[in-house]
Design a protein around this ligand. Sequence first.
Ligand SMILES: [Zn+2]
Length: 97
Amino acid sequence: MLDVGTVYLVAAGALLLAALAVGLRALVGVFREGRERSRKRREGELERYTMDPVYDREPPDSDGVAETPSTCPQCGADNDAEFTFCRECAAPLGPDP
Ligand SMILES: [Zn+2]
């Protein structure tokens, strides 16, 4: 005579195995897809990540505008130049308006 605990264990085990099988199939599918894509990219069949010429431009703040990182007067933390408040202590940065 099977008791409830054994039945529960068997049912839970079966469900776990089924879930594992489904997950494994999905993982194998993803893995195969990735290998196929990297092989195609190596052989030049696939396009680059982007063909957008905008993507190859320099960052906009590299054209001579000297943006010196501002140091917090309160805690001395280094903040980006465009920051208005300190990222560490939220003290106002730069000249007061
Ligand atoms: Zn600060």
